[in-house]
Design a protein around this ligand. Sequence first.
Ligand SMILES: [Cu+2]
Length: 230
Amino acid sequence: MLTLKSILAFSFVTSSALAHFTLDYPTSRGFDDDNEPQYCGGFPNVASTRQPFPLGQGPIHIDSHHNLATVVAFISTSSNPTSFDDFNTTSNGTSIPLASSIFQVKEGDSCFNVNLGNLGVGLINGSQVTLQVQYDGGDGNLYQCTDLILIEGYSVPSNETCTNDASLSSTTSSSISGASSTTASSTSTSSPSASASSSSGSTSGSMARREVVGMGLIGVLSGITGMVLL
Ligand SMILES: [Cu+2]
């Protein structure tokens, strides 16, 4: 008989067999295939040395191991973030916009540019931030973090510049309040910044669709529970 335990064991094996994604520049705190669904990919502690990164436009490089994946980046302005909540608002309560659009990448190396000095949250030369990349290649949201110190006029190594910006070729819209309803619902509620968009800009149509998806999930879960009880 198929028990919940065996279903979970099976899905765990399936997801860990896939290589997920890596954050290659700026250097990630660390990569652990099995723990990548956790906050900061299972590396909750700030790196001992922060990497210099441009206060203006700067590149992020990832390597995707899924055919197609949805990507978004967001930051914490806390010097010691400990949870997703620290990526939602600054210490004085200002909400932090997403650092990138919500966009799709194909398998292999991709890059996109962010401009953290333009986010309107008071970042200046010397500010400490943590950037977290959220990635969904079909087996749930995965995370990688990198700890940065922002430097005005900092030049990244020439081989790390991003000329083919994947976040610009996307059909989805950008920014926290403008995120399209279909994309926002597909990127799940575990990203605080992405989910915050539902409060401001979404239509009743997208809300209704989310209700339907929620009911479907409850149905599946109660079905599994019923099966185990039998
Ligand atoms: Cu994966």
